[in-house]
Write a protein that binds this ligand. Sequence first.
Ligand SMILES: Nc1nc2c(ncn2[C@@H]2O[C@H](COP(=O)(O)OP(=O)(O)OP(=O)(O)O)[C@@H](O)[C@H]2O)c(=O)[nH]1
Ligand SMILES: [Mg+2]
Length: 575
Amino acid sequence: MGGDRVAMKKILLMGNPNNGKSVVFNRLTGANVIISNYPGTTVDFIQGKIWIDEKEMRVIDVPGTYSLDAGDKAEEVAVKTLKGGDIVVNVVDATNLEKGLNLTVQLIKNKKPMIVALNFWDETKHKGIAIDFKKLEEILGVPCVPICAVTGEGIKELTERLKEAKISNFSYEGKEKWHVIGDIIDQVQELSHHHHTFMERLGDISTTPVFGIPLALVILFLTFKIIRFIGEGLIGYVFEPVFEKLWTPLLLKLSAILGSDGFIHDILIGKLIKGEIDYGQSFGLLTTGLFVPIGAVLPYVFAFYIMLAVLEDCGYLPRLAVLVDGLMHRLGIHGLAIIPMMLGLGCNVPGILSTRILATRKERFIAATLLSIAVPCAALQAMIVGLMGGHIVYGLSIVYGTLFVVWIILGLLMAHMVSGTSPEIFIEIPPYRRPYLTDLLKKTWIRLKWFIKEAIPFVLLGVFIVNILYTLGIIQFIGKYTAPVISGIFGLPKEAIGALLVGFLRKDVAVGMLAPLALNLKQLIIASVVLTMYFPCIATFSILIKELGFIDMLKSLAIMIVSVLVVGGILNLIL
Ligand SMILES: Nc1nc2c(ncn2[C@@H]2O[C@H](COP(=O)(O)OP(=O)(O)OP(=O)(O)O)[C@@H](O)[C@H]2O)c(=O)[nH]1
Ligand SMILES: [Mg+2]
């Protein structure tokens, strides 16, 4: 195997952000990597395999880059990867040839065998752009293949011509670059008159404040309405009935076999409440342990990811980024940071990973800290919604309102206190595009699979540990010592420490543990806010260390602890 590895050629997919590299990658390798209609979807290079003439080659989806003078982290990664590649497939957005060629001519200077894929060939026709790709091929001295990655047109030819990839003789003086590009455009591209479409006009006005802000509010409001509609519908009509009609009878039988009591019974089934299984309170592995991730959380996670995919693929998110750019700058970050925040509402882990689209350390630190403190993930939100019961509107308004204020204030503070810069970067706004249903479902499925794989084991582990800790009396013991904070500052019963401890593992299980405590509305609100803000769950924690480094993670943690004490205390005083 070692020998093969040396011989195996590396094909690099390189190009500007958001020009379809990941779609091409999926086509070539049969993989399923996430694609979205905004720049910065891929932030780490991803590998796959392809067979060409019975030879196995490695294909690498390189994060998008505008130029090879490394600016942000994604470009750094791209430059580093270029050095190790054998063939470069330069994906170019044919509807924006000038910008694409800027990178193409820089790649050419690196003297690697290269082939150009002119993607978005379908859109060039709609936009009245005609490109003489044969002429372009002559000028650049490398094969140029028109493709439409979403439908797969041209992909076959692209793979067939991979072996023709060659080192170009095209040369130019560095300072002449734009002149040279202009010359090429003149020779190969022809524009015919084109009327602005409704979508284009809508695209233009959705970033103007007067129209854009009301539109954003309407879109976000509708999004959350639809998420709740889908989530509640699935729970009420599918998941709860399945659990109650099919799963409960089986568990009751098992419970009887186990003698309705004892250690094994308590671990698997938990406590019977008045002789019945209560999925919220029994706290066994097979009862609460399965119900929390599957019955209570999964439907909301599914609903959230479907809606997120729609917003991503139609191209609304970068417009939202432009709209909130002014506000975000005051928080020391950039409008684009709205993308990690939105992803974080699903799960903080991908949210924090995607802070890599920001340009500097300062911005990444602020964004990651804000995310892990003030942005609740879908699993946590689903449980909070369930917890509020009859007081959903009042309860949720205070919880979300508080988190939003915390998000703003912490951002303002960090913008001044964290050293470093928050430079202007220009957001590339893609056109509005019709989302493809199969792509939406595929992406949602990738994320759900990830959720199931990550969440269920930790939920089960959490439930297991809770049982052990209670049986051994450890939670009661710790509760005695933490009572001054838990009861004194937050006004919660001292048993709530159990939930806070388990929050290290999974916050959804932690919220679940609040149910049997019979908290009043004020306490429910405080507990929800405190659980959201304090220590991130273990998966987020490890990704924080990875992305920020140990020292910065400690700083982030210190900010978190101070803010949760302050905010929890204030809520306890004023509510
Ligand atoms: N109409 C059309 N849309 C396309 C084509 N290729 C890609 N897209 C869309 O363009 C968007 C960007 O695709 P991605 O594959 O995520 O782009 P990328 O280059 O990997 O982007 P980054 O990872 O952000 O650098 C998605 O919404 C795709 O559906 C095409 O040939 N035609
Ligand atoms: Mg990509």
